[in-house]
Unconditional design. Structure first.
Ligand SMILES: [Zn+2]
Length: 82
């Protein structure tokens, strides 16, 4: 599996930070203690330190899983409770 890299960071309309990844996806990096503790994302210096670092993209992992195992995809459909 190929890891994406962090290209840049930006904020959405709510002020939540997003990582812009080399795979073309974006990932929210919310700082919502005590559930999600990412105080570093609020600090420009620490954000800059993360640029170019490998990042495990949840979107790419989901696509990968869906392609690999069709049984998992059908389970997802069941969970939607249409
Ligand atoms: Zn991705």
């Amino acid at each position: 599996m190929t890891l994406a890299r962090v290209l840049d960071f930006r904020q959405d309309e709510h002020g939540d930070w997003l990582a812009v990844l080399s795979c073309g996806h974006t990932q929210h990096l919310r700082h919502q203690p005590p559930w999600q503790n990412r105080a570093w994302v609020l600090d420009a210096t620490q954000r800059n330190a993360q640029r170019g670092k490998p990042f495990r993209c949840g979107w790419c992992e989901t696509e990968h899983d869906a392609n690999e195992a069709s049984t998992e995809r059908s389970q997802d459909d069941l969970n939607k409770e249409r």
